[in-house]
Ligand binder design. Structure first.
Ligand SMILES: [Zn+2]
Length: 115
């Protein structure tokens, strides 16, 4: 199915365009999150990603001549990416709270100094 919106809003056309960027590690955090979110819910794009991954990685591996299981590696890579995005989000939240605390702190401080 084409152009069906899945999950958090990224459509198939956008997702497909981002596959090569994703594989090259050139997506920013937000795009990565939306991309992985879409891929997980869209069989067509997952397949497309798998194909492009197999092609790009497979080429290198064939040159190396080693044994490999690219399907497994792709799954692990997606899992790892998800963990990384989640960790990043948590970190953002911590920084956000620290910022609030700092602002509140300096506000209170100036309050006490002024009055
Ligand atoms: Zn899709």
């Amino acid at each position: 199915m084409r152009d069906r919106k899945a999950g958090n809003g990224m459509d198939c056309t956008t997702a497909e365009r981002k596959i090569s960027l994703f594989l090259a590690g050139e997506l920013d955090e937000r795009d990565t999150e939306e991309f992985v979110g879409h891929i997980e819910q869209c069989g067509a794009c997952m397949e497309e990603l798998a194909i492009q991954y197999l092609i790009s990685e497979g080429m290198h591996r064939l040159e190396d001549g080693g044994a490999f299981d690219l399907n497994k590696e792709l799954k692990e890579m997606l899992l790892w990416t998800k963990k990384r995005v989640r960790r990043q989000k948590r970190l953002d939240l911590v920084l956000f709270c620290a910022e609030i605390a700092a602002v509140a702190g300096s506000f209170l401080l100036s309050f006490f100094v002024l009055y």
